[in-house]
Ligand binder design. Sequence first.
Ligand SMILES: NC(=O)C1=CN([C@@H]2O[C@H](COP(=O)(O)OP(=O)(O)OC[C@H]3O[C@@H](n4cnc5c(N)ncnc54)[C@H](OP(=O)(O)O)[C@@H]3O)[C@@H](O)[C@H]2O)C=CC1
Ligand SMILES: O=C(O)C1=N[C@H](C(=O)O)C[C@H](O)C1
Length: 247
Amino acid sequence: MVRIAVSGSNGKMGQAIIEAIEQLDEIELGVKIDQGHNLIDYLDKFDILVDFTSPVATLGYLSICAKAGKKMVIGTTGFNDNELNQLITLAQNIPIVFSANMSVGVNLSLKLLEMAAKVVGEDSDIEIIEMHHRFKIDAPSGTALKMGEVIANTLGRDLKTCAVYGREGIEQVRDKNTIGFSTIRGGDVAGEHTVNFFMHGERVEITHKASSRMTFGLGALRAAIWLDKTPSDKGYVYSMKDVLEIA
Ligand SMILES: NC(=O)C1=CN([C@@H]2O[C@H](COP(=O)(O)OP(=O)(O)OC[C@H]3O[C@@H](n4cnc5c(N)ncnc54)[C@H](OP(=O)(O)O)[C@@H]3O)[C@@H](O)[C@H]2O)C=CC1
Ligand SMILES: O=C(O)C1=N[C@H](C(=O)O)C[C@H](O)C1
């Protein structure tokens, strides 16, 4: 039995994970952690920490877990470059699964995007549109950025220099080598992403729509069960690609 600690346990994803734990036989809820708790006091209650919080909170929990030799599944998004470097450094001590989207469908979509970029990427105007609930604070979504990164890497571009985030006013005509991002926030949308490859006379769209947070919750627990089997003495940042064995 794998004992799970859930940080951000009062949050939307924290609640979804607690609900998902109840559906699975091989794991149990060890402890719920929220802002009122110090994780150090609960280290004997869990094997793996599943964390969907904020970049600052995640790095705090990761630094405690790295010292204590506890593995982590991290779904938090919105890290800046400096925070991302801190995460990678801390994960030299323990294995973690870190993924902006834990759903099977999105991770399959990343593979499809790689294929689409190889076949039509150079001849396309590439635009990524993402839509989320009104409470989401980071933009573009971590998933949209990951999709952009996969496409940019496939095409030998650097996302840092080819990304265009939103447009307003009078601009130059679209640069063919850019990857555009558009963000929509409203209502209770769990998460929708569409990548458009616009060509002459036709357009390929790759879309993923999450209809419930349970897909992220179950994916995170699948990652925890997978992580439980990896040795804890060596650190590494794994992704859902590793968990799902997507080559
Ligand atoms: N990888 C994936 O598949 C997915 C990733 N996400 C990402 O997960 C994260 C959380 O999303 P969601 O659950 O919707 O957000 P919520 O705002 O609903 O929940 C965030 C939780 O984190 C806690 N928290 C925030 N800041 C701190 C802090 N400094 N210290 C301790 N706890 C803190 C909050 O505590 P309190 O309630 O006290 O404020 C809350 O419990 C986001 O980054 C989101 O993008 C979301 C869905 C899927
Ligand atoms: O905040 C959310 O809700 C989600 N965040 C993740 C992201 O930023 O990509 C994943 C999912 O789309 C839901």
